[in-house]
Design a protein around this ligand. Sequence first.
Ligand code: SAH
Length: 205
Amino acid sequence: TSHPGNIGASARAMRNMGLDSLVLVRPQAPPDAESLARAAGGADLVRNARIEPSVEAAVADCGLVLGTSARPRSANFRVLDARAAAAELVAATATRPAAVLFGGERNGLSNEDLARCHALVRIPADPGYESLNLAQAVQILCYEILLAAGEASAQPDAEPPASVKELAALWDHLDAVAGRAGFMHDGNTAQLAPRIRRLLARAVP
Ligand code: SAH
């Protein structure tokens, strides 16, 4: 960062979205009173921020590093939008820490910084002006990570969806019972049967 206010605004964005590990690489100005003011309830992240001399040192322990860029970069990189990036980050943290790397306000990430990245993240924006304020880019990534983490943690408890075979059994049962009850009769079966099948499939029970 060149602007200490952006350190604070980024810390707040992270704190709001449940993230707490902020690492700064050679900030031009160290965190100051303005950083703390802009951080508000996230001031502890500013105080605990690790300051590193290089990107390499900052992400040394990470299994996945995604670099952010408003500009399309080298074709050698896989480019993800923020949502896809968040899903990959959350999945990666099962084994090792993962990082999102943001560039400075003036020049963004250098090619050398990008060399540490496994893929790039590009927040879709107006093609006429794609460069977001740094802390606002942080906010969007953190929000997507919050949502992706929620989905990931909901999954282990969730029961798997019914199989095609189970759905067919449900349908056969319904069909038999509806037939016996007189609900299905010649007049409506032709239309109703496929509709009910689709209803069941759409519900993904
Ligand atoms: N002038 C710089 C822009 C820096 S904006 C440049 O052209 O690269 C500061 C940082 O915010 C960027 O390095 C990136 O980390 C993030 N950022 C801004 N807009 C973004 C976007 N549309 N997608 C992804 N990251 C973005």
